[in-house]
Design a protein around this ligand. Structure first.
Ligand SMILES: Cc1cc2nc3c(=O)[nH]c(=O)nc-3n(C[C@H](O)[C@H](O)[C@H](O)COP(=O)(O)OP(=O)(O)OC[C@H]3O[C@@H](n4cnc5c(N)ncnc54)[C@H](O)[C@@H]3O)c2cc1C
Length: 408
């Protein structure tokens, strides 16, 4: 029997170490006032202090190889660590595995030249720089990158870039951006229209217009104007026309990394739901004794269980260099929707308290909403899943290959 769902002792030890670090260091430092206006300095100092402790405790940079100062963990171990970190608000940031830096590190490691790695990847790994990833534009559907209008034109030793981006997470304070721009509008294959560039954010022509106010406030998701921005040719990342493939390589594991963090949030919401239901009394019994509430708890447990299996299996496939596209789409759709439903149910069980800002649920709910369309909207994943299912059936007369290729 080759199926074994336990982690090896070394991964379990790391998971426990991260859990302990989150409980004893990060959680106690996360006072509510850290996020109040005027407390930015305190927030930054807290992060710096916690990051030093993370380095001393050997829980720094879980997803990167040891030669880059990381813990050298594979995707399944990173799943374990990321979901532990996500049980706190600052966890991923403290371990230096937060979006979008985590995805950018993978991208630079995979596609960067030695010079690009030294200049841009090294400071990211050391935690002395931050970055952003600039692809989405207000004028065209972000779901279809072949429509990107921001364009780069070769001029001497540079590319000159003009365009408009928005919802660029972490842009304020980022030292550089990985920017996707159109380099050949007439490419035979539409996916070869775009290329990726590393843009120094101090370059003239890179202007942050605003930090977009969202339904959960301003969180450094910025609108950016790009006007006659000159980028040296050596800052092309990957091959000319390789922007789409770079995005795919980046987004597969990055989507799964989101799912890993969401697992921690789902678990937390379910635990809060059970805790509240076990203490609140109404109409002669505790809420936890009412069948209607038990169904909410049971449905959440079933969905979380399926979400964990999906994440572990997709991570296993990536780790073992097996095809993982459809598994990541299943995961992204299922986990994002489970996140939304379980937090919503937890709000329901908390009643007015759940709607207040006295518990973390209100922030968790508004944050959860974007999970269903960012990094691939639900419908795009459904479209891809359906295409791959139809293809598998057409080629083999069976959907087995496109449902995890499991031995069932
Ligand atoms: C909090 C947050 C952070 C983000 N961070 C970044 C970032 O750092 N960098 C970056 O580049 N972008 C970022 N984004 C943008 C994000 O990637 C886009 O929102 C996403 O790709 C969808 O693009 P869009 O918003 O243009 O929606 P659209 O593409 O206009 O889609 C809108 C809706 O239309 C439907 N739809 C679209 N296409 C189809 C289709 N083919 N079939 C059926 N239905 C369809 C879906 O319901 C979809 O939700 C962020 C967004 C948010 C909210």
């Amino acid at each position: 029997m080759a199926i074994d769902f336990s982690f090896g002792p070394e991964v379990e030890e790391v998971r426990q170490r991260v859990r302990h670090f989150m409980q004893t260091e990060v959680k106690p430092a996360e006072s509510d006032d850290l996020w109040e206006d005027g407390n930015r300095r305190k927030l930054v100092e807290t992060i710096i202090m916690l990051r030093q402790k993370a380095q001393q405790s050997g829980v720094w940079l879980p997803h990167m190889p040891r030669e880059w100062g990381g813990m050298g963990l594979g995707p399944t171990a990173v799943a374990a660590v990321s979901s532990e970190a996500a049980r706190t608000r600052l966890g991923a940031f403290v371990l230096n595995c937060q979006a979008p830096d985590e995805g950018n590190m993978h991208t630079l490691l995979h596609f960067g030249t030695d010079e690009q790695k030294q200049r841009f990847l090294k400071p990211l790994c050391q935690g002395t720089a931050r970055s952003c990833f600039a692809m989405t534009e207000p004028e065209v559907a972000g779901s279809d990158p072949t429509l990107i209008q921001t364009h780069a034109v070769a001029d001497g030793d540079d590319y000159v870039i003009n365009g408009h981006k928005w919802f660029i997470s972490g842009a304020n304070g980022a030292h550089f951006a990985i920017l996707i721009a159109r380099t050949n509008a007439d490419a035979d294959v539409p996916q070869e229209r775009n290329s990726a560039f590393i843009v120094d954010s101090k370059s003239p022509g890179w202007t942050i217009v605003r930090d977009i106010e969202t339904m959960s406030g301003g969180h450094n998701h910025c609108e950016i104007r790009i006007e006659n921005l000159r980028v040296p040719k050596q800052n092309l990342l990957g091959r000319l026309g390789g922007g789409h493939e770079l995005g795919q390589v980046r987004l597969g594991p990055a989507r799964l990394a989101h799912c890993m963090r969401w697992l921690g949030q789902i678990e937390l919401a379910l635990e809060m739901m059970i805790d509240r239901a076990s203490k609140r009394f109404s109409h002669g019994s505790l809420l936890s004794e009412k069948q209607g509430i038990q169904w909410l708890i049971a449905d959440s447990g079933m969905e979380l269980y399926a979400a964990k299996l999906m994440v572990l299996h997709a991570a296993y496939k990536i780790e073992n260099k097996l095809p993982y596209k459809i598994e990541v789409s299943y995961c992204k759709h299922h986990v994002a929707n489970t996140l939304w439903r379980v937090i919503d149910r937890a709000v329901q069980v908390h009643g007015a308290l759940g709607y207040s800002t006295d518990t973390p649920l209100s922030k968790m709910l508004t944050q959860a909403r974007w999970a269903r369309f960012a990094d691939g909207a639900d419908e795009i994943h459904q479209m891809r899943i359906a295409q791959l299912l139809i293809q598998a059936y057409g080629e083999s007369g069976s959907v087995k290959r496109a449902t995890g290729d499991l031995p069932l």
